[in-house]
Write a protein that binds this ligand. Structure first.
Ligand code: FAD
Length: 431
């Protein structure tokens, strides 16, 4: 059987993961990728002779499929990811770290020992998590995350230092327009799972190396093909199978896994009436940006820990790439979701982040250079009750993979990987 995967998103997860699964079972798989670099939105970006990333990523211990596939293709998570106990640290303001105890005590003790909360707030957070646990993290009807938190009195410092930063980081959507149900899904699997599930995993290598390079080698060693710099212009249904139209001509396949980002779905499938509903659902999506601000300081500069939070300005999280990727003195600030930072030009934004860092870390030297990577439509806006297209489509032998397809999770590496694996399973089960 000839299978085409369109889009080698990293993480590709969606596309590559599916291909990897198929390749491991001896099918003929060809991956078509428009870009030169593998990885899609989670890829290496070369700059100043250094391997930056399209955006700093963080994985969770709960990303089981991602970790499973990494192991399968020979990318050892223990070597490639720094595993840290869950921690939210805003120097001088707030400190929460999961306790070295089995679940659920790791979180309960972590919350009770948190600095920057009153006793009332600590107990309220523990009560909220227990209440959610009792209802299995399910809401009858989805509502805004903000409203759900207010209903459970998760306001003040709890909202400010825990729930808002977690929601914005995980859903890439402002709290007042974010889906409470998807946020609860993330809390269920991370904070309320095992202690290992709540661990934070920080890449120690660039994102193309972390998985796509290993996956590509694995696919090729199993007879699959990866064709870079090859944009598929359209997919057409034939009497048997599909033809993929490209500038260089067309090619026929029995099965197609379409793993392009949601913005590309409509153009690619325009001649497939069976995809009309999926196109309509995606057409109703809103999108949210993620900005990554890389600031290179003199090599001796480092943060007190690999990742810290900032509060009160535009900067949300700062990662020390010296401690992670051997890029001494390089800090990467991440700003998820929409906000006032979008009105600044890149130089002013870098200056603003530097000022905010300086307020927290007095004595910081002047940066030597900066690079801002703005992904204006980084992910879909994860709003309440959002309908997402399923992986199965009404068109036989044509499946959809990608972080935007139906699933429990917001747009993440794990949702992309899960969807890719699901498509692979559907192909294996097809008659
Ligand atoms: C800045 C940023 C930070 C993020 N941080 C995190 C994080 O910390 N943790 C986390 O879990 N997730 C994070 N995410 C989300 C995560 O990166 C995405 O959910 C995931 O990479 C999506 O993978 P995908 O395969 O669905 O799509 P994509 O990565 O978009 O892959 C689609 C691929 O299809 C290719 N393509 C498009 N059109 C065509 C065509 N016509 N023909 C051939 N190829 C085509 C594209 O070039 C691309 O390579 C972040 C995203 C961004 C942008």
């Amino acid at each position: 059987m000839k299978v085409a995967v369109i889009g080698a998103g990293y993480a590709g997860y969606a596309g590559l993961a599916a291909a990897v699964e198929l390749a491991s079972r001896g099918m003929s798989v060809t991956v078509f990728e428009a870009a030169r670099e593998l990885g899609g939105r989670a890829r290496r970006v070369d700059y100043h002779g250094m391997a930056l990333d399209n955006g700093q990523h963080i994985l969770l211990g709960a990303y089981r499929e991602t970790l499973r596939l990494m192991r399968m293709v020979g990318a050892d998570p223990a070597e490639l990811l720094l595993r840290l106990p869950l921690q939210l640290v805003i120097p001088g303001r707030f400190h929460l770290q999961a306790a070295p105890l089995p679940a659920p005590l790791h979180l309960a003790f972590g919350l009770l020992a948190a600095r920057g909360l009153t006793w009332g707030e600590r107990l309220s957070a523990v009560r909220f998590m227990s209440a959610m646990q009792r209802r299995n993290f399910r809401l009858g009807n989805d509502i805004g995350a903000d409203k759900m938190l207010a209903m459970h009195e998760q306001t003040g410092n709890l909202r400010r230092y825990i729930w808002e930063p977690l929601c914005v980081a995980a859903l890439n959507t402002p709290l007042d327009t974010a889906s409470a149900q998807v946020f609860l899904n993330v809390l269920r699997d991370s904070l309320a799972g095992s202690r290992e599930d709540s661990d934070m995993l920080l890449p120690l290598a660039n994102l193309t190396h972390l998985f796509p390079e290993h996956a590509a080698a694995f696919i090729e060693s199993h007879g699959g093909k990866i064709i870079h710099s090859q944009t598929v212009l359209a997919v057409k249904a034939e009497a048997a199978g599909f033809s993929l139209e490209m500038r260089s001509g067309s090619k026929n396949f029995d099965q197609v896994i379409c793993a392009v980002p949601p913005q590309r779905l409509a153009a690619l499938t325009a001649s497939l009436p069976e995809l009309a509903e999926a196109r309509a659902q995606v057409g109703r999506f809103g999108y949210q940006p993620i900005y990554s601000v890389f600031l290179q300081y003199p090599a001796a500069t480092c943060l007190p820990r690999p990742m810290i939070g900032l509060y009160g300005g535009v900067t949300q999280w700062v990662f020390d790439r010296g401690q992670l990727n051997h890029e001494a003195g390089l800090l990467c600030a991440v700003i998820s979701a929409e906000g006032p930072h979008q009105a600044l030009d890149h130089d002013d934004l870098a200056q603003r982040v530097d000022d905010e860092l300086r307020a927290t870390l007095p004595g910081l030297p002047q940066p030597l250079w900066h690079k801002v990577i703005a992904e204006k439509r980084a992910t879909f806006a994860c709003s309440p009750s959002l309908e997402r297209p399923g992986q199965v489509t009404p068109l036989p032998n044509f499946t959809l993979a990608g972080d935007y397809t139906a699933g429990d999770y917001p747009a993440t590496l794990e949702s992309a990987v899960r969807s890719g694996v699901k498509c692979a399973q559907l192909i294996l089960e097809s008659p």
